[in-house]
Design a protein around this ligand. Structure first.
Ligand code: HEM
Ligand code: NAG
Ligand code: NAG
Length: 491
């Protein structure tokens, strides 16, 4: 009800503006797209099912590059493999800006590595990458940490004795623990109430950010932000996570040893002290909290949602899971833990994991970009600051690159001899200077978690495979699988 009232208000405002002004004028020379109304933008041409469907529909009509008005503001949309590669790779620098996501904006406000721009982003990105590498390569490598976490999970799943369960929090917990070890220097027990609370906040926030009402908010946030709604709930949730990070930072401060930084927080605090006399330093408290949040949230929700979709796919296609298990058995056997070196000998498993990422299509529009400079692209002109949405989903489903774009088909990544085949349209972590910062870690996690779980368990569902529905529950910023339950049966 609240939403419809607000929409009505929006429509009313739109018509009032229509009477007083002409059509919205874009500066520069943006690609053609559906004709917008003042304030309302392209609302009336949108598909009711949301932004994703709307973009696909516009692509059919206007081609791979078009402009859409999300409410009052123009956004350049890039569809298809070629246009995205041309922008994000060939003009990596010009396209390296980040535009806000309305539902997150109250929380981040341009701070922290994921939503910063300019010098701030460069400093935080460099810092995050080096620090993550250092804390992965010390005494215990990230590989070992993931193996250890996978071992803990296997133990926990064994305790379930084949009971029917929702795996969401288990998958959240293992991915969160990898990133927690890097940021906070510790992992949490799966039953730790504070940890479960954080996982709950992430799970709920990601679903809310991806919901239909957040898509409406993306269009009319300048008006709707004054009213209660999803965005407030998300902000409240993430503030609670920030409070947790803040307390942890205080504890680190009290026990900080300048000669022995324990984790990312310690390293940051030392850097902060070093730059204390520089008033322009980006290493201040706010950037610490929001970089912590970017990594914690970004590192937990993404990989775990992919694993969750993966197991639903295994329930739907048990023969695929069995074939992966066969390969595990051949290459690794039942006794030793899977290691990253095994991947090169396991093309089928590798292809299945890539196909899970392609099919599950976690961030269909990637994260919004923005051009950092005046930019020429395919005969158009984008003034500095123009927002750009690279629709990764349209590359991952590009019929020019994938034989059966809408089916789950691991053979997309295999050649006739069963060897792994590269595909230019496969970039679920996006491309260029501003691509996913956690790609390396995520790929290690996906391989080690999937193989270790399948090494020890087969999975079963009370629902017959043909009745399992893979249709996403939410599809906005994120694409989420439906809620489901399964059994882990010891091999
Ligand atoms: C399957 C897992 C994952 C997927 C599919 C994924 C995907 C993405 C995508 C599409 C972007 C947008 C990049 C762009 O604008 O071009 C992104 C950004 C980002 N991701 Fe990931 N990600 C995953 C896992 C992770 C992990 C494990 C971490 C942390 C360790 C992480 C941290 C980040 C950060 C910090 C950014 C923002 C980077 C920046 O703005 O410079 N992600 N991710
Ligand atoms: C995750 O969030 C969704 C949406 O709020 C909810 O339906 C689901 O039950 C949650 N999962 C868990 C394990 O709490
Ligand atoms: C990228 O930005 C620079 C401005 O520094 C500009 O000179 C250049 O033309 C841009 N690239 C394109 C292809 O527009």
């Amino acid at each position: 009800m609240e939403l419809s009232v607000l929409l009505f208000l929006a429509v009313l405002t739109g018509f009032l503006l229509l009477l007083t002004r002409g059509h919205p004028k874009a500066t520069g020379h943006l690609p053609p797209g559906p004709r917008p109304l003042p304030f309302l933008g392209n609302l009336l041409q949108m598909d009711r099912r949301g932004l994703h469907r709307s973009f696909l529909r516009f692509q059919e009509k206007y081609g791979d590059v078009f402009t859409v008005y999300l409410g009052p503001r123009p956004v350049v949309v890039l569809c298809g493999t070629d246009s995205i590669r041309e922008a994000l790779l060939d003009q990596s620098e010009n396209f390296s800006g980040r535009a806000p996501i309305a539902t997150f904006d109250q929380t981040f406000q341009g701070y922290g590595v994921a939503f910063a721009n300019g010098e701030r982003w460069k400093e935080l990105r460099r810092f995050s990458l080096t620090t993550m590498r250092d804390f992965g390569m010390g005494k215990r490598s990230i590989e070992e940490r993931i193996q250890e976490e996978a071992r803990c999970l296997v133990e926990e799943l064994r305790k379930s004795q084949g009971a029917l369960l929702d795996p969401t929090f288990f998958f959240h917990a293992i991915t969160a623990n990898i990133i927690c070890a890097i940021i906070f220097g510790e992992r949490f027990a799966y039953k730790d109430p504070e940890f479960l609370r954080l996982l709950h906040l992430f799970n709920q926030s990601f679903a809310l950010v991806s919901s239909f009402s957040s898509q409406v908010f993306e269009l009319y946030s300048s008006l709707l932000k004054h009213f209660p709604g999803t965005h407030r709930k998300v902000h409240k949730n993430l503030q609670e996570v920030n409070d947790f990070i803040g307390h942890t930072v205080e504890k680190h401060r009290e026990t900080l040893d300048p000669n022995a930084p324990r984790d990312l927080i310690d390293t940051y605090l030392l850097r902060m002290d070093k730059e204390k006399s520089n008033p322009d330093s980006e290493f201040h408290h706010r950037n610490l909290i929001l970089t912590g949040l970017s990594l914690f949230f970004g590192g937990t929700e993404t990989t775990s949602t992919t694993i969750r979709y993966g197991f639903l796919i295994f329930l739907k296609y048990p023969q695929v899971a069995e074939k992966v298990y066969k390969e595990i058995n051949q290459v690794i056997g039942p006794h030793r833990p899977p290691a990253l070196d095994d991947r090169a000998k396991m093309p089928y498993t590798d292809a299945v994991i890539q196909e899970i990422q392609r099919f599950s299509d976690l961030l269909p529009f990637s994260l919004p970009r923005m051009v950092t400079k005046d930019t020429h692209f395919r005969g158009y002109f984008f003034p500095k600051g123009t927002e750009v949405y690279p629709i990764l989903s349209s590359a991952l489903h590009d019929p020019r690159y994938f034989e059966k774009p809408d089916d789950f088909y691991p053979e997309h990544f295999l050649d006739a001899n069963g060897a792994l085949k590269k595909n230019e349209a496969f970039f679920p972590f996006s491309l260029g200077k501003r691509n996913c910062l956690g790609e390396g870690i995520a790929r290690m996690e996906l391989f080690l978690f999937f193989t270790t779980i399948l090494q020890h368990f087969s999975v079963a569902s009370p629902v017959a495979p043909e009745d399992i529905d893979l249709t996403p529950r939410e599809c906005g910023v994120g694409k989420l699988p439906p809620v489901y339950k399964l059994r882990f049966l010891t091999r």
